[in-house]
Design a binder for this molecule. Structure first.
Ligand SMILES: Nc1ncnc2c1ncn2[C@@H]1O[C@H](COP(=O)(O)OP(=O)(O)O)[C@@H](O)[C@H]1O
Ligand SMILES: [Mg+2]
Length: 242
């Protein structure tokens, strides 16, 4: 049985600035992610990891190249033309959670769904389901200040997966968490990607070789292109399987 490819990036290029100030950041990215895959993206600071995620997530346009996500095709379209991609295609998870401080966990998730066009009742129902899926059923009415960092990130993950998005883009999702909490978040990612029923795909930027080594696959972004990488040889760490 072949697993369907969810994301396909072909010869994606993107630079910034002009003339002698011009900086070519992405020089022809080719990559694929199948349904149910957890992929870690690593690479030196400033190499273009966030730029790549931003283009895949419809927050920035590429200069050239093609992206296919499910049935959506884009790549060089401006963000204003990619509303449907952001509403239904991808969910975002950031290092600093981006929760609204005065809203409960439920309302943080439901608001995103209402902004995407759902009726309030339906948004509440789907928000609740997403919060249950990330293990926060007993924190639904708490505001961010009443939650730990790991719990706040779980709210952000619930918001990203609510509404049946198939692809999650996580830009250093454990960057503000301690090691144990970061491990918990990685376990949750694995559960979401590896469950039988409707698995998600996650592209996760991380600087932590230990977390990256637990992903299904690791990509290294360097000199403007991506290559599959053997995490252990890339980082010179011991060869123990998890
Ligand atoms: N909007 C922008 N304008 C100009 N340069 C940018 C912009 N966004 C990113 N860059 C540059 O592109 C390069 C890659 O940035 P980024 O994708 O944030 O790297 P990473 O996430 O891997 O640390 C950096 O040199 C950065 O300064
Ligand atoms: Mg970055």
């Amino acid at each position: 049985m072949t697993i369907p490819t969810l994301l396909e990036v072909t010869q994606l290029q993107r630079g910034f600035g002009s003339g002698s100030e011009r900086l070519e950041v992405l020089k022809g990215i080719d990559m694929e992610i199948v349904q149910g895959e957890l992929v870690a993206l690593m690479g030196p600071s400033g190499c273009g990891k966030s730029t790549l995620l931003n283009i895949i997530g419809g927050l920035l346009e590429g200069d050239s190249g093609d992206i296919r996500l499910g049935e959506m095709s884009f790549g060089t379209e401006k963000p204003a033309q990619l509303v449907q991609l952001r509403r239904e295609g991808v969910g975002w998870i950031f290092q600093d959670f981006h929760l609204l401080a005065h809203l409960t966990a439920l309302d943080n998730v439901a608001l995103a769904l209402e902004l995407a066009g759902l009726e309030a009742d339906e948004a509440d129902q789907q928000a609740k389901e997403a919060l249950i899926r990330v293990g926060l059923e007993d924190r639904i009415d708490h505001i961010p200040d009443q939650l730990s960092g790991g719990q706040q990130q779980r709210v952000a993950i619930a918001r990203a997966i609510a509404g049946n998005r198939k692809m999650l883009l996580a830009d250093e999702p454990t960057g503000n968490l301690d090691i144990a909490t970061g491990e918990d978040i990685l376990q949750l990612f694995k559960e979401l990607c590896h469950r039988e029923d409707d698995p998600l795909s996650i592209l996760m930027v991380t600087h932590d070789p230990n977390l990256a080594s637990q992903a299904d696959r690791m990509l290294l972004l360097k000199d403007g292109t991506v290559a599959a990488s053997d995490i252990r040889s890339a980082w010179g760490i011991g060869g123990e399987e998890e």
